[in-house]
Design a protein around this ligand. Structure first.
Ligand SMILES: [Zn+2]
Ligand SMILES: [Zn+2]
Length: 344
């Protein structure tokens, strides 16, 4: 019997009786990372990496039953061995390795191969069955090394400072924001929206070596922000909030920025093709490194990508999941936070 199957609630391991990243409430949700399309509220218990716990507490509440694991430590549930390996996607993100009677399956969640300076570097794991995303599973997606992108960003920022414009970088509050902070630290003072500030504090408390930033509050002077770097989540990118700043220049940080037609935010002044997902060559190299006999493709350009894998002799199948709506999901989360704040 297969070690996993794709049920209406999520990826299910029958032998262990648990789910991986389920989108409907279950008894035990083994969680790859804290993005809203991979972890939902309402599960009886969660199992995740120790640095994903602060994210779940921050996003879903503190009254959750959460068990944690460090990378590489193995536990057993109903005879199924479970261990976590770094996925390199965001802080705490994990590939879930399952082993039962010699059969090994790895569910990678979201991943990227390039080391970003803050998320534990991706590690290939050998397995029989590999579950992969394909968010950027088209040959046109090929990232430049991040240092090149960060240099472009630095010169854009200093240009804005010269022109008296405020540099506003649009980045997911989990992942991209911490990556920007780590790599732009020391260049200019960094000011972050509260959704990012809250996560940063949780990470710092959990021992992550994240440089200090300033939480944006109404009493901060616009002139102060203008000389620094402002980071906001996508939901705020086009809002009144930005219009209130002193002539803001907006820079969107996303893999979609590599292709002009993929620009999601037309109002942006600059696009930086910085992604937390593997590009086409890295998806292929990561999959080959697993030596898997079978690859399931869960989200992104699933049909093109799995067709290509079959053509090059790697047996592959696309499956329907509810992953891949990070952007929308994050919007939802930010909206919820706003509502909650208004109620207070
Ligand atoms: Zn993700
Ligand atoms: Zn995802």
């Amino acid at each position: 019997m297969a070690l996993i199957n794709f049920s209406s609630k999520g990826i299910y391991c029958k032998q262990g009786n648990f789910y991986i990243d389920p989108w409907q409430p279950v008894d035990l949700a083994v969680t790859t990372h804290g993005h809203a399309d991979h972890v939902k509220w309402g599960n009886k218990a969660y199992l995740c990496h120790e640095l994903t716990k602060p994210v779940l507490n921050q996003r879903l509440g503190t009254d959750l039953k959460i068990e944690t694991l460090p990378y590489h430590k193995e536990i057993s549930i109903n005879g199924v061995k479970i261990s976590l390996f770094p996925a390199g996607h965001v802080i705490g993100s994990s590939q879930i390795r399952l082993e039962y009677k010699g059969e090994i399956c790895v569910i990678s969640g979201d991943y990227k191969v390039e080391y970003d300076g803050i998320s534990t570097a991706f590690e290939p794991v050998k397995c029989h069955t590999f579950v992969s995303e394909s968010t950027f599973g088209l040959p046109i997606y090929k990232w430049q090394p991040q240092e090149i992108i960060f240099n472009q960003m630095r010169s854009w920022i200093s240009d804005n400072q010269d022109k008296g414009k405020t540099s506003v970088l649009v980045a997911y509050s989990l992942g991209k924001a911490q990556r920007l902070i780590k790599n732009l630290h020391g260049y200019s003072d960094i000011y972050v929206h509260q959704s990012i500030a809250n996560l940063n504090e949780a990470f710092i408390q959990a021992g992550v070596d994240l440089p200090p930033t300033t939480r944006i509050t109404p009493d901060l002077r616009k002139e102060t922000l203008q000389q620094g770097i402002v980071i906001v989540p996508p939901a705020l990118a086009e809002g009144r909030w930005i219009k209130n700043l002193q002539s803001a220049a907006t820079g969107v940080c996303s893999g979609w920025m590599q292709v002009r037609a993929g620009r999601r935010w037309r109002a942006a002044d600059a696009g930086f093709a910085l992604s937390d997902h593997a590009d086409w060559p890295d998806l292929l190299s990561a999959i080959k490194a697993t030596e898997a006999e079978k690859v399931f493709v869960t989200h992104g350009f699933t049909s093109t990508f799995s067709k290509y894998l079959n053509e090059i002799g790697i047996e592959s199948e696309e499956v329907k999941t509810q992953y891949g709506q990070e952007e929308e999901a994050e919007k939802e989360t930010t909206e919820l936070m706003k509502e909650r704040e208004e109620q207070l």
